[in-house]
Design a protein around this ligand. Structure first.
Ligand code: GDD
Ligand code: MG
Length: 365
């Protein structure tokens, strides 16, 4: 079957519950969490737009009103349609649920992507490969050091997918370091064949089923920038990489060592670097150093504070002389002066810590 080679429609999956960030700092769904100054979803939408997509179906299973508000308030140069599931239908179920909203013909390619992935994928290249190989589904793959948290996707010499194992449990199952990077091109008629009205996992049911039936499932390995933003520290990493220009996105206002949003006040002798974002109206005090961090809107950082690889939540206050590394400070938390919060420390939203309340010790000092 022939298809045009152009992709004009995409389904963006933004509905899962798997957000470990939300309880700590964030009151909004993760796809709307600002990253490098705009909701994370905007980076994905504008990248798809630049690859030729003109219409995006946002597949969500919760808080549709937040997405509605976002769509009404933004013109990103693409038509955005919200498809809300009454109950979460899983990844495959959400793709099937988007079908009535698609206008593509049965043989035309439809782009599908997970809503929590930051990547430098050549989207148009993936679509071109899909068309040239006349595939039913094409998967974007990448190699990672530890593939256990992902879908393992071994391919043969021709790039055909051999099997799909979601989150392997045993060492024997780890047959490759090549994983599903969370972006696909589907022949539209394949979406028609996903059962409707019940939860379906595209990873555990649809892909293995297609392979059993002998469908043409292709893998395209792209070892450019790729990051799953599922944990607080990968969120910080992704945010900094966007600011530094390492993760390509048309939606970053200005590439540089740091991004300072409207109304933020930075002391003349403070230093911001390694891709730090300082949110709207936030304050960074004298002689403070903030590197590789995200300081959300309205947070107030005192003087001589050192913050690295951390998230400071909306409106949180950090007292003078604190050292914060690899930590997440929840929205509105108050940290007194001279505290040390290191790797893995999580301060709940609104919690209050007195002056000199916590330090970390190696038991040697
Ligand atoms: N609409 C909707 N409804 N979206 C959903 C649902 C649902 O019921 N369940 C999950 N999603 C969305 C999530 O919001 C996310 O954007 C995407 O589907 C993938 O779900 P996750 O829950 O983040 O899956 P994962 O990270 O454990 O694994 C997936 O991503 C890996 C790459 O990061 C799988 O696709 C793996 O195979 C893959 O390697
Ligand atoms: Mg994920």
């Amino acid at each position: 079957m022939w298809h045009s080679g152009l992709v004009t429609e995409a389904v963006l999956l933004v509905g899962g519950q798997g957000t470990r960030l939300r309880p700590l700092t964030i009151n909004t769904p993760k796809p709307m969490l600002p990253v490098a100054g705009v909701p994370f979803t905007v980076h994905q939408i504008t990248r798809a737009r630049d690859a030729g997509v003109t219409r995006i179906i946002l597949g969500t299973s919760y808080r549709a009103e937040v997405f509605r508000e976002f769509v009404d308030g933004n013109d990103l140069g693409v038509e955005i349609v919200i498809a809300t599931e009454d109950e979460p239908l899983g990844t495959g179920g959400a793709i099937r649920h988007a079908l009535p909203y698609l206008t593509s013909g049965p043989d035309e390619p439809v782009l599908v992507f997970n809503g929590d992935i930051l990547s430098g994928l050549d989207i148009a290249g993936l679509v071109r490969h899909h068309t040239e190989t006349n595939s039913d589904v094409s998967l974007y793959l990448t190699a990672v050091d530890d593939p256990r948290a992902y879908g393992l996707v071994p391919t043969d010499a021709e790039g055909r997918v051999v099997s799909f194992r979601e989150k392997p449990q045993t060492p024997e199952e780890i047959v490759t370091d090549q994983i599903n990077a969370g972006c696909y091109v589907f022949r539209r008629s394949i979406i028609d064949s996903i059962p409707s009205g019940r939860p379906v996992s595209v990873e555990r049911e649809t892909f293995p089923g297609l392979l059993d039936q002998g469908a043409v499932v292709s893998g395209v390995v792209d070892n450019g920038y790729w990051l799953d933003l599922g944990t607080p520290l990968s969120f910080v990493r992704g945010s900094c990489d966007l600011v530094l220009g390492l993760a390509p996105s048309p939606a970053v206002a200005a590439i540089g060592e740091s991004l300072v949003l409207e109304g933020a006040v930075i002391a003349d002798d403070a230093y911001l670097g390694s891709g730090t974002t300082v949110g709207a109206g936030a304050v960074i005090g004298s002689e403070s150093v903030v590197e590789g961090a995200v300081v959300f809107d309205g947070a107030v950082v005192g003087s001589a504070v050192r913050i690295t690889n951390s998230i400071i939540g909306v409106g949180a206050r950090i007292g003078a002389g604190c050292v914060i590394d690899g930590a997440v400070i929840g929205d509105g938390a108050v940290i007194g002066a001279d505290n040390e919060l290191l790797t893995g420390a999580r301060v709940w939203p609104g919690a209050v810590l007195g002056d000199t309340a916590v330090r970390f010790s190696s038991d040697r000092g």
